[in-house]
Ligand binder design. Sequence first.
Ligand code: FES
Length: 318
Amino acid sequence: MNELMVRVARRQQEVDGICSFDLVADHEAALPAFTAGAHLDVHVAPGLIRQYSLCNDPAEPGRYRIAVLREPASRGGSAGMHERVQVGDRLKVSPPKNHFPLTPAKHSLLFAGGIGVTPMLAMARTLFATGAGFEMHYCGRSASRMAFVDELAQSAFAAQVRVYADDGEPAQKFDARLLLEGAPEGTHLYVCGPAGFMGHVLDTARQLGWPESRLHREYFAGAVTASAADAAFDVRVASTGQLIHVPSHKRVIDVLADHGVDVPVSCESGVCGTCLTGVLEGAPEHRDSFLTDSERQANDQFTPCCSRACSPLLVLDL
Ligand code: FES
């Protein structure tokens, strides 16, 4: 589907460092519907595209709400949104895409860390509306820097939400193991937040025997893409036979572009899957957070915006 033009109808500083933006159709055309867990690719500036989860109620027509954490090490995405985007501005966005959909279940656990609360807000609203059982557990460093805490406290499902702040009372400490052990049989787990938080939650669930089919995750943090410590390797473009050297400090996507081979990109950090490219020979070193474990093990595709190679040569299906 084609990109959409939207207009910023409202901009709100939620807490220090987090700003929300309400986006409405620029013309009379209705905005496409979305489901809980969906995100938009937002064209923050020419050539700069970032993914932001939709956090308003999917049942609410005519509006998309995103919330943006200003990253201290922003490469232009979150800083651009905070510094430049004002009410009345027009933005180009993709139609909603959903890589983090809800699976029908009797009970769901929503674990959010920091700005990872955004997709969980839409999920909680959908689950509540459908009458499905759920609990939402929202963790952050400090209550004063956690967005939407008041909104959650005033929601119709406030009794199903618990908020944990690292600087709060020790008695309210988040205990992933306790929550996972106490979940009803067949519960699905959704987790979104910083990589360390997600790793801890997912590792705990796996230790307790939760099957992968009931673990759902969405990463925000970008991958480390290339450094001088990385090994160099070659890639071959299958359609032309072109052999291209990838030095240690360069990304595959950049080297391909230097040789006239363009692969579409969006997040450039292994999150969105836009650059996914087939691998016909060789072993990729996966650094993305998009592919599932079984997709990684198949070794037949990789994300050249961040991933590299374990073998001296990768033959790419390009
Ligand atoms: Fe998003 Fe590569 S561009 S995963």
